[in-house]
Structures are given as C-alpha cells and as structure tokens.
Write a protein that binds this ligand. Structure first.
Ligand code: 13P
Length: 259
C-alpha cells in the first residue's frame, strides 16, 4: 500500500440542472461519513451552470467534498465566446479542474498543446489539474496503448515543475471503457497506471513519481471499485455514470468497506 491518499472524483459530464445538482449533493451529504472524508479525497465536477449553487450548499452544510470543474480555457480573459477562465472557477472555490478528458479531445478537438496550456493555467490559478489520458480500442489492439498514453502525459506536463506535478492528479481513462460498461481488468488498469507513473519518473524523478496520484476511469462501479482501488499504482477513480446516483457514488467512495 502506498501512503498516497485515495481520490475519488465524480465527473457529472452534461447532466443535472442546478436544482437537480443541489438535490444530488444533498443526497450525497447524508451518505458521506466522517471516516470517508478522512480516508478519501472526494471531488465533484458539475456543469458550469451548477457550480455556484453547489458551492453554496457545500459551504453552508460543510459537506466534505472539493468542488471541481470539467474544463476551462487557458487565457485569463478575452474574446473567447462560450469559454470560462480559470480565475472565474477559482473565485467559486473550485479546486480541481479536469484537463484533456477524451470527450473534449475527440468531440471538441482539444490538442495536447491546448491541454498543456490548460494544465499550466489551472496551476497558475492555484487549482489542481486532473490531467486525463487514454487510448482508443484500435490503439490498444495495435499494442500502442503505452506509447499513446506516455506521449499524452509528456505533452500535458511540458513546462510543469516537478513540485507541481507531485501535487497533481493524472487520470488514465481508456476511451473504449468510458460509458460502455467495459472496464479494463484490474491487471490491465494497474499496468497502464504504472506506465503513467514510470513516465513521470522518467520525465522528473522518484519523489515526483511516488507522490503524483493516478486515477483509473472507465465504467467504475461499486462492484469493481474495490479491486481496482487495491492495485498498487491506482490511487483513485474518475467516475462518470455511477456518480449520478448518490448511493452508487457513495459506495465507490466507501470502497474500502467492501468485503
Ligand atoms: P464512465 O464512468 O461513465 O465510464 O465515465 C468515465 C469518465 O469518462 C469519467 O471522466
């Protein structure tokens, strides 16, 4: 077991208006115990339009979750219609921002360079990036998964200092496992998360590689979370579908209680 604190993140994607968001967070607050909050860092990533409402509830009820966002722009301000600046998120007590989710890369054309700009902008605004990476099914079948993911990690971290990387989160999310009900086997997920850590070791040093937290994402459910989380290089989960039901998300947060 490593001494890295597990981090379980719920990526709501484009689900829940702000009223539904308040309900979900309140349901979650009844389930999360003090022990959960002590043992695990919990982050939730609602859509932008929900963040202010969620922040108000989290602050008022002192719910032990950190507020996250799913995306942001890298510039401070300007003519970027439809975009949100990192400082706007920081002002709402957002502390984690996902950068480079495969849906943003694939559907909205985000490049490694854009992802790297975001990582740097998130850090500059004193928030923690969750840098997402992952291979397609074709890349996996062509035995290119490690090369693809290593390249995404190297590009995403370009110009980022070792001590910043040590505080970051990297999410390995194989694209073929996202929203498909197919999960990487715990052994495959471990191997890939280890390859991410090895890449950080090669780019930086042992201290940084041993400190950075690596999540697995892709059809994480209450049933498979304990085995995934027991792998030595998996420090957390980035959860999509299963975080939309408070009970399922809580059972993932409480993975250590299973069995
Ligand atoms: P699912 O858990 O729905 O597969 O989504 C994973 C994901 O993309 C989280 O960012």
């Amino acid at each position: 077991m490593s001494d890295r604190k597990p981090i379980i993140s719920g990526n709501w994607k484009m689900h829940n208006n702000h009223l539904e968001a308040i309900q979900l967070v309140q349901q979650l607050s009844y389930l999360i115990t003090k022990d959960d909050a002590k043992a695990v860092d919990i982050t939730i990533h609602p859509p932008f339009t929900d963040i202010r409402s969620v922040q108000t509830v989290v602050d008022a009820d002192k719910i032990p979750v950190s507020l996250g966002a799913q995306h942001c722009h890298w510039e401070e301000k300007g003519a970027f219609t439809g975009e949100i600046a990192p400082a706007m998120l920081a002002k709402l007590n957002v502390s984690f921002v996902i950068a480079g989710h495969s849906e943003r890369r694939q559907i909205f054309g985000e490049t490694d360079e854009m992802v790297n700009n975001k990582v740097k902008a998130i850090l500059a605004n004193e928030m923690t990036p969750i840098l997402a990476c992952g291979e397609t099914l074709e890349e996996r079948e062509a035995d290119e998964a490690v090369a693809k993911v290593s390249a995404q990690v190297a590009a995403g971290l370009a110009g980022v200092k070792a001590e910043q990387v040590a505080e970051m989160v990297i999410a390995y999310e194989p694209i073929w496992a996202i929203g498909t009900g197919k999960t990487a086997s715990p052994e495959d997920a471990q191997e890939m998360c280890k390859s991410v850590r090895d890449k950080v070791r090669e780019l930086y040093n042992d201290k940084t590689a041993d400190a950075v937290r690596i999540q697995y994402g892709g059809s994480v459910k209450p049933g498979n979370a304990p085995e995934l989380m027991s792998q030595p290089d998996i420090d957390g989960a980035l959860v999509g579908g299963a975080c939309l039901a408070a009970d399922d998300f809580h059972r993932i947060i409480a993975f250590r209680d299973a069995g």
